[in-house]
Design a protein around this ligand. Structure first.
Ligand code: GLN
Length: 282
């Protein structure tokens, strides 16, 4: 079958499930993955003959997309901060908003000459921890997660990106004392409330890990409150907290962090939503 025919079929079979631009983007991710062809090469080689085996790969991916599986689960990876991260159903797929949080920290600490210690709480794929270690040479990075399966993947991602970090299994809500000092504590904890589920896409709802995403409507800031209280003792003087936050709870999260004696700064993401919060230990 010709590549051009495969593309027409592919788009046609997914047209009831996704907008055309999204289907085209899936197709190009898959041509890159399965045929090693960039978007431009795909456009220039419409008469490329796709083998039966290659066609079967596309058909298998198509079925998974029909089931609204994220494309990143199909290819097994996502790009974050210029690096490749393996992903699977046990971790949250790295988001561009989180890249902005990393960007913020890096812009403030890239040129610090003294060694600094960073803790990432709820590391998942390890995307924050690994990116920070890569960008801030003299940082020592520790990362926690409650999930053993997530930690295994995070360790793999650190290894593959040639970065050293210490990954530890920890349930932060059950932790009384961090027992170590840090200059930066960063976290993208679960923050989506049950009432917000109605606005979410099936690919997230059906395929991404609940423990990484959701909090109870009655206690949506549980992770922020716990981490801020641990940070009061665990941060060195002048140390900073960096959180990814729920855009609908920005003011509440800010007030909570301030009530623990931190100076705060809110920041919007590329979509114009308050998505990041910094707390400076006074
Ligand atoms: N931003 C993510 C989403 O919308 C949620 C991340 C999180 O809960 N920490 O799916």
């Amino acid at each position: 079958m010709l590549l051009s025919q495969l593309k027409i079929q592919f788009i046609d079979q997914l047209k009831d499930d996704y907008p055309t631009t999204e289907i085209e983007s899936f197709f190009h991710i898959l041509t890159e993955e399965y045929l090693g062809m960039t978007r431009l090469e795909t456009a220039l080689n419409r008469d490329f003959e796709v083998s039966e085996e290659q066609k079967a790969w596309f058909e298998h991916a198509l079925l998974r997309l029909k089931d609204h599986e994220p494309i990143q689960h199909i290819t097994g990876k996502e790009e974050f901060f210029g690096m490749k991260f393996k992903v699977n159903e046990h971790v949250l797929i790295p988001r561009p908003e989180t890249e902005e949080l990393v960007e913020w920290i890096v812009s403030e600490f890239r040129n610090v000459s003294k060694p600094i210690r960073i803790l990432d709480i709820g590391t998942g794929s390890g995307c924050i921890a690994v990116s920070l270690k890569k960008a801030i040479g003299n940082a020592e990075v520790v990362a926690f997660d409650i999930s053993e399966k997530a930690l295994k993947l995070a360790e793999e991602n650190a290894r593959e990106n040639h970065v050293k970090a210490n990954f530890e299994k920890k349930d932060i809500l059950q932790t009384e004392d961090l027992k170590q000092k840090f200059d930066i504590i960063v976290s993208n904890p679960p923050y989506v409330r049950e009432i917000e589920k109605k606005d979410m896409q099936r690919n997230v709802l059906d395929h991404e890990p609940e423990t990484a995403l959701y909090v109870k409507d009655t206690d949506p800031l549980i992770f922020y409150s716990k981490i801020t209280s641990l940070a009061q003792h665990a941060l060195n003087p002048g140390g900073c907290l960096y959180f990814e936050i729920n855009q609908y709870l920005a003011e509440e999260t800010k007030a909570l962090v301030e009530s623990s004696g931190f100076e705060t700064e809110l920041k919007k993401d590329i979509f114009g939503n308050f998505r990041m919060l910094k707390g400076i230990k006074k």
